[in-house]
Design a protein around this ligand. Structure first.
Ligand SMILES: NC(=O)c1ccc[n+]([C@@H]2O[C@H](COP(=O)([O-])OP(=O)(O)OC[C@H]3O[C@@H](n4cnc5c(N)ncnc54)[C@H](OP(=O)(O)O)[C@@H]3O)[C@@H](O)[C@H]2O)c1
Length: 273
């Protein structure tokens, strides 16, 4: 598999990634760089990334993906900087929040749709002519939350369901164009995601979560094998194979019961502070 991964990575001259500043996005940069040292990375996020090695060729484009017009102007700058050759676009930026809708605030829910959904569609649409011309691939980061209703994370899970279905449909639309699409659906992953979502402590035990590197290696293997969907980790694969077979209202009731326990754990943690 090592050779297959290397030859897959060697196809790409440029990787355009959103949210390469932390977590899964940062792991994508490190893993792809270790496979192909000549890749040029264009990172779009609010904070400048800090990589563990200083030989990564990258440019940071400060960008709040939730702001209207931000992508249009940053897109032109990125295109000016990109070397010729095939492009890998990784739509990774995203955030969640936990609580009954609209907690913590309606504005957060709307921003979540803008960052997790709208920005991904806009970036893919803007890069598509160049992707078709040069060849390349798009990786869209969805979630296992995409496979069933997610009470207490209603907007997040529903946005990820959009990303999953949109990516699988886009892959068919682009058949024969030289542009591939992979939907990546990680389960719980040890990143800052939960803290940023407002959880006070790690709500998923280490036995149930994966590292960002594990997620990214699974995604790159899927890309090398020409897959269109990647659910990293066997536990996540079992969950996502079973949950779509439940009647949707029952899945929502079960999801509410499970996620309510997370809320209780969170409240207990807050009381301890
Ligand atoms: N961790 C999990 O359990 C898990 C599970 C399934 C799916 N995912 C998905 O994986 C992706 C990466 O998340 P992660 O786990 O790596 O969490 P993370 O460490 O919090 O990373 C999220 C990234 O999104 C970027 N981002 C957030 N808001 C942004 C904005 N307004 N504009 C531009 N960039 C923004 C952040 O960059 P800046 O802060 O620099 O802007 C950051 O690099 C997300 O789409 C998430 O939904 C995560």
């Amino acid at each position: 598999m090592g050779n297959k991964l290397q030859s897959m990575a060697s196809q790409f001259a440029t990787v355009v990634i959103t949210g390469g500043s932390s977590g899964i996005g940062k792991a994508f940069v490190h893993q792809l760089h270790s496979l192909n040292r000549s890749i040029f990375f264009c990172n779009l996020s609010r904070s400048k990334p800090c990589f563990e090695t200083d030989d990564i060729a990258y440019k940071h484009f400060p960008c709040h993906l939730g702001e209207r017009g931000a992508i249009e102007s940053v897109f032109r700058e990125v295109v000016r900087e990109m070397p010729p050759g095939r492009i890998l676009l990784i739509n990774n930026s995203g955030f969640g929040s936990y609580g009954p809708f609209p907690e913590p605030a309606l504005e957060d829910q709307l921003e979540m749709i803008d960052v997790n959904v709208r920005a991904l569609v806009e970036l893919t649409g803007r890069f598509l002519p160049l992707l078709r011309e040069r060849g390349g691939a798009v990786v869209n980061v969805a979630s296992t939350a995409a496979f069933q209703p997610t009470p207490y994370m209603a907007t997040y899970g529903s946005g990820k369901a959009f990303v999953l279905h949109w990516s699988l449909a886009l892959e068919r639309d682009l058949q024969g164009t030289g542009v591939r699409v992979l939907a990546l659906c990680p389960g719980p992953t040890a990143t800052d995601f939960f803290l940023r979502a407002g959880f006070k402590e790690r709500v998923v035990s280490p036995g149930l979560s994966q590292t960002p590197d594990e997620v990214v290696i699974a995604a790159l293997k899927a890309l090398a094998r020409g897959k269109r969907l990647c659910v990293p980790g066997w536990k996540n694969r079992v969950l996502t194979a079973l949950s779509p077979h439940l009647p949707k209202p029952l899945a929502a009731t079960l999801g509410a019961a499970i996620l309510r326990r997370v809320r209780l754990a969170q409240l207990r943690a807050m009381k301890r502070e």
